[in-house]
Design a protein around this ligand. Structure first.
Ligand SMILES: Cc1ncc(COP(=O)(O)O)c(C=O)c1O
Length: 375
């Protein structure tokens, strides 16, 4: 059996190594390392894949969120709603721009923003909602879009973990996560479902005017060379990464199917287990299983992790400390106890190895040792 990894990138790349090597060699030979033709080609390919008219590549997912908020003219003092249970980047850019993060608790079963708590968090200063499509499935976009419309708020989707997930609205319309709100933001960090061999990110929008602004902000605030109409940032997707992503995008759908097969096997093992709750599938979204995350019951999670680590089984905790308990984000507004679901989840979630490359014998080995611990 191959050594188990949380995400087996070497194995993933071995399968397409020749195509990656050729793509990289072409860029090296072309000499066009910044904004080479592969960047526009990738924008086009991804816009077709996600069925969204505008894809603006940038340097990483954190930049994508920042560019979105700058392009929408959010100003210091403006309040931005986000789920309390998320990766720090979502909150980080809000603070960095002098905006005020307003944390909303999440659902205990699917880890996504609890839409029943959004309206009570809205004030006259609220300007935007940032739903995070955590672990691979879309937040409740029917409710979020309705609330945003009613209160005249921007919707900035953080789809770093859910590229390719499809959301079916109650009226039957199907759209990809990240292409529903005003702007979607994603990451091509190597371990993401669509990952490059370094850092990368992108923004999506259906709004042509906004697409122009996003492009301008990502390019030093200039629409014409050396003419700076606004304060921007320098955030580009390297040509070499775009070339790699063009290769990897071709197998994204197959990877999604393989991830679901791994999840299915984990589900079968843990669905009726006394010590675990399996991740709930939400009604309106497909799941692309960026993570397979269990909730532990009646066992010590950290002892389980140590037991598994001794058997060379890696696990991760996404996320061990709630945002409002992090030193950099503590505030009187959010004393411990204020966001109880997030706090509980941080103490009981465990993510198992998940990638299209996890083999059946690895899955059996993982399940066998988890059951051995729980005996
Ligand atoms: C939910 C979420 N948002 C934003 C990001 C930031 O992406 P990047 O690491 O490319 O800056 C990540 C990446 O880990 C993420 O998981």
């Amino acid at each position: 059996m191959r050594p188990i990894q949380m995400v087996d990138l070497q194995q993933q790349h071995q399968k397409i190594q020749q195509h990656l090597d050729e793509a990289i060699a072409r860029v090296i030979q072309s000499g066009k390392y910044i904004n080479g033709p592969e960047v526009a080609e990738f924008s086009h390919n991804l816009s077709q894949y996600l069925n969204v008219p505008h894809v603006i590549p940038c340097a990483n997912g954190t930049d994508a969120l920042q560019i979105a908020m700058m392009a929408l003219n959010l100003k210091p003092g403006d309040e931005v709603l986000l789920p309390a249970f998320t990766y720090v980047a979502t909150a980080e850019v809000i603070k960095l721009l002098g905006l005020t993060p307003i944390l909303v608790d999440v659902n205990e079963d699917d880890f996504l923003i609890d839409v029943t708590q959004i309206e009570s968090a809205i004030t006259q200063n609220t300007r935007a909602i940032v739903p995070v499509h955590l672990f691979g499935q879309s937040a409740n976009m029917d409710a979020i879009m309705q609330i945003a419309k009613k209160h005249n708020l921007f919707v900035i989707e953080d789809t770093a973990q859910a590229i390719g997930a499809k959301y079916t609205f109650d009226n039957g319309t199907v759209l990809c996560a990240g292409t529903i709100g005003d702007v979607g933001c994603t990451s091509f960090f190597p371990s993401k479902n669509l990952g490059c061999l370094g850092d990368g990110g992108a923004l999506f929008t259906r709004n042509e005017q906004l697409a122009k602004r996003l492009k301008m902000i990502a390019n030093h605030g200039q629409s014409i060379q050396y003419q700076h109409d606004d304060i921007g940032v320098n955030s580009r997707l390297d040509t070499i990464q775009a070339a790699i992503l063009n290769v990897k995008l071709q197998s994204l759908t197959d990877c999604e199917i393989a991830r679901n097969q791994v999840a299915q096997k984990y589900d079968e093992a843990f669905a009726n287990h006394t010590n675990f709750e399996i991740p709930t599938r939400v009604k309106n979204s497909t799941h692309v299983f960026h993570q397979y995350t269990l909730k532990c019951k009646g066992i010590n999670r950290d002892e389980l992790r140590k037991f598994l680590a001794d058997k060379q089984i890696p696990t991760m905790v996404y996320y061990p400390i709630p945002l409002h308990a992090q030193k950099a984000y503590q505030s009187d507004k959010y004393p411990l106890g204020k966001l109880p679901v997030t706090e509980r989840l941080c103490s009981k979630v465990i993510s198992l190895p998940m990638s299209p490359e996890v083999t059946n014998d690895q899955i059996e080995y993982i399940i066998g040792h988890i059951n051995e611990f729980c005996k």
